[in-house]
Design a protein around this ligand. Structure first.
Ligand code: CS2
Length: 493
């Protein structure tokens, strides 16, 4: 079957939305770092919808590691399809916003030259939590990270996200150009503010004047990004091929829901993303906190406990009625009271919508995908909520069980004795600690809690926290996950 491309675009069946602009006239105003499914199903879609009226904002998509996305999309002239489905119907569109694609390690100097192009006004990121080269508990730069160390010695061939951003800014300053705005789109609290601190800390390793220039001149708006975009499967590819009548090597399959809340503070012009449904606000923090703690906190809980109960996907985990009820109770009773009030916002409806989204039967969102990189995710998803509740002397029963689920998961074998493939930047350390402790809660819990880069130094010394987590882990290890979840549910009734 022929491939989706500029030459075959006209052959798409009616009903599939296509770029409504002449791609040849689109300039590259945005360089995006981290060309995963999430960017292509989220920010690129908002941008695509504007290009007809404002052709300045085409996107150069940069993969920081693997050539896979470039290899899949280059033969398609950067075109790919996005299918949004709620299980009842589909909306399909082809996105033309990617004007070019590049793989940073193949030509880092070429990438820096593109960043110094004056038509580029925004550099955005979806590099995941671990792409920030920071200590998740404190937000501090990890100067011992090998890529950061390399980039601090040779900024002309950067390997890290921070190196690319700072390398580009250094060139713009040398050329007397205005800086670009750096737009963080990752699931971290105060993502723009966090990235700003890291960029400046990294620049200080290289050149203090440059660091000061960045601090004075560069804007780093924070954003809250939300759309569930699971990794594409071969079944998705086959289904999309049948619908398109063309091969799309890397289609996106996602949900209809999408939200983007952006702090309105850019250097100069920005795309009118509000016209395609984004919201520009003065302060993103309450939106971010709500999303990270309710959506992502619940997601991680469903991922760990669901995986241990044998559920391959989030929808399957939601079909376990006690687990779904436990997560709903956690969101309502333990998470919501920690959130700042958002004037006029209906948090009850937001929670109900989240549970509905998790049940979406069209999304094959693997629990193992969400379980990945827990060491980087737990602080903002569960531990911040736990800290707030402890400060108010409130119980943390379900949150502690979620965390114990992570501990049981990283111990490396499932309840049938099969190995669990642990994907986490701290996996070596986690495995060593788990092996040494063995499957005994009174040993395993303190061993894992000794990781201050996740738990800080406050939580591991708070007996209310350690007792709750150890008790939950003990039950998981001795009674099993399903029985523990059911007991926790009954105890709450
Ligand atoms: C998920 C997120 O993989 C994960 O950890 O929790 O990617 C989640 O799907 C998005 O944040 C939804 O906006």
């Amino acid at each position: 079957m022929d491939r989706l491309s500029s030459a075959t675009l006209h052959r798409l069946p009616a009903g599939i939305i296509k770029p409504d602009y002449d791609r040849a006239t689109i300039a590259t105003g945005i360089v995006h770092l981290g060309l995963g499914a999430f960017h292509r199903g989220h920010q690129a879609v908002y941008t695509d919808a504007l290009l007809k009226d404002d052709p300045r904002w085409g996107i150069l998509g940069v993969s920081l590691r693997s050539p896979d996305t470039r290899d899949a999309l280059q033969p398609q002239d950067g075109l790919y399809s996005v299918t949004a489905s709620d299980g009842n119907g589909h909306e399909r569109r082809v996105i033309g916003a990617l004007t070019s694609l590049t793989v940073a390690p193949e030509d880092p100097a070429g990438l820096l030259a593109r960043l110094a192009d004056p038509t580029v006004r925004i550099v955005s990121t979806t590099v995941t939590e671990k792409g920030y080269s920071h200590d998740p508990a404190t937000g501090a730069l990890r100067a011992d990270d090998p890529d950061i160390h390399h980039d601090s010695l040779d900024l002309t061939h950067p390997r890290s996200t921070l190196g690319v951003i700072v390398g580009g800014l250094r060139l713009r300053r040398q050329h007397g150009l205005a800086p670009y705005t750096v737009l963080a789109c990752d699931n971290l609290p105060a993502n723009g503010h966090t990235l700003r601190g890291l960029v400046i800390a990294f620049a200080e390793l290289i050149d203090r004047d440059l660091a000061k220039w960045i601090a004075d001149e560069v804007r780093f708006p924070s954003t809250m990004v939300d759309r569930i975009v699971p990794a594409t499967t071969d079944a998705d590819r086959a289904e999309v091929r049948a619908a398109l009548g063309l091969d799309d090597a890397w289609p996106i399959v996602t949900e209809p829901f999408s939200q983007w809340v952006i702090e309105d503070g850019f250097n100069g012009d920005r795309p009118a993303w509000d016209l395609s449904g984004a919201q520009f606000v003065r302060d993103v923090a309450p939106f971010e906190l709500m999303k990270l703690r309710l959506l992502n906190g619940a997601h991680s809980t469903l991922a760990y406990l669901g995986y241990l109960m044998g559920c391959p996907t989030v929808a399957a985990a939601m079909a376990e009625s006690d687990l779904a009820a436990l997560v709903e109770d956690m969101m309502r009773e333990e998470v919501t009271p920690t959130l700042p009030a958002l004037g006029g916002f209906d948090v009850t409806a937001y929670r109900a919508a989240l549970l509905q989204r998790f049940r979406n039967p069209a999304l094959k969102h693997k629990t193992s995908q969400i379980a990945m990189d827990g060491s980087q995710k737990l602080p903002q998803r569960l531990l911040g909520t736990i800290r707030d509740r402890l400060a108010q002397r409130l119980p943390i029963t379900r949150l502690a069980l979620a965390l114990a689920g992570w501990m049981r998961y990283v111990s490396g074998t499932d309840e049938q004795g099969r190995p669990i493939e642990l994907r986490d930047p701290l996996s070596t350390r986690l495995c060593a600690l788990a092996d040494e402790a063995g499957p005994i809660a009174s040993r395993l819990a303190p061993a894992l809690l000794s990781l201050t880069s996740i738990f800080g130094s406050d939580l591991p010394t708070d007996p209310r926290f350690t007792t709750a987590v150890e008790a939950a882990l003990n039950s998981l290890l001795t009674n099993g996950t399903a029985a523990t979840v059911t007991q926790a549910r009954r105890a709450a009734q």
